[in-house]
Design a protein around this ligand. Structure first.
Ligand code: SAH
Ligand code: SF4
Length: 353
């Protein structure tokens, strides 16, 4: 029987598993403390468990499956980790420092099948989904790094914006969210976690119905179908007339704000005309909308795109603001270490091949 990651279990799942295997219920809390409070990396370190329980855990689960292949630190404090999975696949995880805390960007899939034309991850196509445990372990590896540095720093925020489409790996993503949010574990607040989707409308309905207050970001990138389909082929399956009703359902159900991500591509989607169309698209929900304007991070293989000029970014921003749409321009982190989505990984793969 092959082992699975212990990080893939929610507290309830761990409790049932231990009871089913003849252990007392209270063991679950002990194991949970070792994993998420003391953050050990070997079952042997769980010194208050008896031998039988330790052997049981060791026979069925592993704690460490990610191997750190590369760690790059940027001058602004951003750290990018490249991890090798047990099957040799590579994924990346980024730690970013903000005034409000430390945020980690996690990967949910090896590659991505959505194939957005501006994105390095989309170039590689999906090889497989990550398990819930592999997603949790990314946070653990970063937190263990911080523990070793010894400044008593905690990961306080998570963005599910690394490689992959989280809503294409929905149930593993939900397991991950429940584990990191667990109050007796890492206890990262739901309002401090944001999941970004390219717009899988049917999953937005499911997400709205979950009993967990996680923030949602929708990668919009264009205000009309023609342009959006050019930039993101997923718009053929989920055009705006399917996506926007799902957004409305989410807003009505949760009353929580949605962030719309909009990468500004020079002379493609950054004219005043598109800004005004975006205003029209969002005006009936502007009290619950925030547009995050993202300066395009050039990807070698997508040389048809260039970053918008500063002038057009400011103009776009002002047009939205003057028409009552709340918005901001994303501050770049770690651009000197390829910290944009999928870039380090795609470089490594090219170097290997
Ligand atoms: N698949 C999900 C989440 C991962 S991508 C999604 O698309 O939303 C996370 C964010 O990174 C998206 O908003 C995406 O548009 C952005 N991104 C991807 N490539 C980029 C690039 N080259 N420059 C700037 N942002 C990029
Ligand atoms: Fe996939 Fe998101 Fe990249 Fe699009 S932007 S290819 S959905 S990771």
């Amino acid at each position: 029987m092959s082992k699975t990651s212990i990080y893939g279990l929610t507290f309830e799942q761990l409790t049932s598993w231990l009871v089913e295997h003849g252990q007392k219920k209270f063991r679950a809390q002990q194991v949970w403390d070792w994993l998420y409070k003391k953050r050990i990396t070997d079952f042997e370190e769980m010194t208050n468990l008896n031998k039988e329980c330790l052997a049981l855990l060791d026979n069925h689960f592993y704690i460490q499956s990610l191997k750190q292949a590369i760690k790059q630190e940027s001058s602004d404090g951003t750290i990018k980790f490249l991890f090798e999975l047990q099957d040799g696949n590579l994924i990346e995880t980024v730690l970013m420092r903000f005034s409000y805390g430390l945020s980690v960007c996690v990967t949910t899939q090896v590659g991505c099948n959505i194939g957005c034309t501006f994105c390095a991850s989309g170039l590689l196509t999906k090889n497989r989904d990550l398990s819930g445990g592999e997603i949790v372990e990314q946070i653990m590896k970063v937190q263990q790094h911080l523990d070793r540095v010894g400044k008593n720093e905690r990961v306080s925020h998570i963005v599910v914006m690394g490689i992959g489409e989280p809503f294409d790996n929905y149930s593993n993503m939900m397991d991950f969210l429940r584990v990191v949010n667990d109050q007796n574990g890492l206890s990262i607040g739901a309002r401090h976690i944001t999941v970004s989707t390219s717009g899988l409308a049917h999953k937005i309905y499911d997400f709205a119905d979950e009993d967990i207050q996680i923030n949602l970001a929708v990668s919009l990138h264009a205000p009309n179908n023609e342009l959006r389909t050019k930039i993101m082929k997923i718009n053929k399956a989920f055009p705006l007339e399917k996506l926007m009703p799902a957004v409305d359902y989410y807003l009505e159900k949760t009353n929580r704000r949605i962030t719309f991500e909009y990468i500004l591509l020079r002379d493609v989607n950054d004219h005043k005309e598109e800004a005004l169309q975006l205003v029209q698209l969002l005006k009936d929900k502007r009290h619950l909308s925030y547009v995050n304007l993202i300066p395009y991070n050039p990807v070698d293989e997508h040389n048809q795109y260039q970053r918008s000029t500063k002038e057009s970014i400011v103009k776009f921003y002002e047009t939205l603001l003057n028409n009552g749409i709340q918005c901001g321009v994303r501050v770049e982190q770690g651009s000197d270490i390829d910290a944009a989505c999928g870039q380090l990984r795609s470089k490594q793969i090219k170097a290997k091949s």
